[in-house]
Design a protein around this ligand. Structure first.
Ligand code: NAP
Ligand code: GDP
Length: 327
């Protein structure tokens, strides 16, 4: 008997990255283009709101019809730090619900093989035990400061499970902690803590004024460098086969206080002035310590960039790109 071994033809991926011009999108683009993250024959397409307003269903459909992706990394979102979240809960809810529903439903209608969306550890319940893991996302209300963003993001997980249950679609999500790196949003009023501190310390250094750290400095955060996150995102797209989400985070032992994070920025920029804590400003959720045990089961040897090195690289990028950086 002759057994003919048919070689399975695997079509190269055509990956559409929504939010491709943002902090995480630019990091994925860097890894794909500069670190050999792409494989032969693959096509990677990075899009922004200029290509299509994803809050609009017709524009979303038009983008998919034009680009015909086989895979989607879905990053596009209304994103902001604690203080923007506190001011604009309704917009965070509505804009993100529309964007996410348009992307997932269009990917379903167009037969996309896999979508990897992005949740966040700031959607976790406020009152909880620690460390928080992937099974606990829906176990109680999120912190009141960012309930609009949090509930909208949680619904991605609900939709992923429902698309799988009804249609067998392989849509999943990652849960990164607080991300920072080159191309972040350094706007002090709207952005996250690290880009905010870097921008404020840069200006304070030039003007000889104190660095104002908002809040008490005691809350604790796990930070992830955008380039580490990008490498993990590409692994998830290629290898991670679950519908349930996966936390992408440094270990619990690498959680730092906001005060320690500010000290790192001060060191990286060589800031010699006074550092003051403005306790009239909100602290937000005290901590959201996440377990990376699931990630470690899959990738026991993955090396995260040490936090001081990643902060230094981000500060250097900001100084070198001050004129054009988002701020
Ligand atoms: P970002 O730097 O603010 O970038 C947002 C991206 O989304 C930009 O490319 C933007 O396009 C695009 N976008 C926004 N609204 C859009 C719309 N209506 N239509 C089409 N595109 C739109 O955000 P990021 O920090 O890279 O975040 C990426 C993902 O990671 C988000 O899903 C976010 O929720 C998640 N995440 C972020 C963090 C963090 O600390 N930054 C932590 C956890 C999870 P334009 O450039 O044209 O505006
Ligand atoms: P979160 O991690 O989702 O809460 O969001 P952020 O990245 O905005 O971090 C908020 C924490 O950093 C709170 O404890 C703030 O009080 C503190 N913080 C200190 N200085 C700043 C700043 O300049 N900008 C922001 N966004 N937060 C700051």
């Amino acid at each position: 008997m002759i057994v003919l071994q048919m070689e399975k033809r695997v079509e190269p991926m055509r990956v559409l990255v929504t939010g491709g011009t943002g902090l995480v999108g630019r990091a994925i683009e860097h890894v794909v283009r500069e670190e050999g993250g792409a494989r032969e024959g693959e096509e990677w397409i990075f899009v922004s709101s200029k290509d299509a307003n994803l809050m609009d269903a017709k524009e979303t459909r038009g983008l998919f019809e034009k680009r015909r992706p086989s895979h989607v990394i879905h990053l596009a979102a209304m994103v902001g730090g604690l203080f923007r979240n506190m001011r604009e809960n309704l917009d965070f809810w509505r804009n993100n619900i529309h964007i996410n529903d348009n992307i997932l439903q269009t990917a379903h209608e167009m037969g996309v093989a896999k979508v990897v969306s992005c949740l966040s550890t700031c959607i976790f319940p406020d009152k909880t035990t620690y460390p928080i893991d992937e099974t606990m996302i829906h176990n109680g209300p999120p912190h009141n400061s960012n309930f609009g963003y949090s509930y909208a993001k949680r619904m991605i997980d609900v939709q992923n499970r429902a698309y799988f249950q009804q249609y067998g679609r392989r849509f999943t999500a990652v849960i990164p902690t607080n991300v920072f790196g080159p191309h972040d949003n350094f706007n002090v009023a709207d952005g996250h803590v690290l880009p905010g501190l870097i921008h404020k310390a840069y200006v304070a250094h030039k003007e000889g004024t104190p660095l104002q750290v908002w809040g008490s400095g005691t809350p604790r955060r796990q930070f992830i460098y955008s380039l580490d996150l990008a490498r993990l995102f590409i692994w998830v797209l290629r290898e991670y086969d679950e519908i349930d989400p996966i936390i992408l985070s440094v270990g619990e032992e690498d959680e730092v206080s906001i005060k320690e994070a500010a000290e790192c920025v001060v060191d990286a920029l060589g800031f010699k002035g006074q550092v003051v804590f403005d306790t009239t400003k909100a602290d937000g959720q005290f901590k959201k310590t996440a377990s990376n045990a699931k990630l470690r089961r899959y990738l026991p040897d993955f090396k995260f960039t040490p936090f001081p090195q990643a902060v230094k690289e981000t500060c250097d990028w900001f100084v070198a790109n001050y004129k054009t950086a988002r701020k």
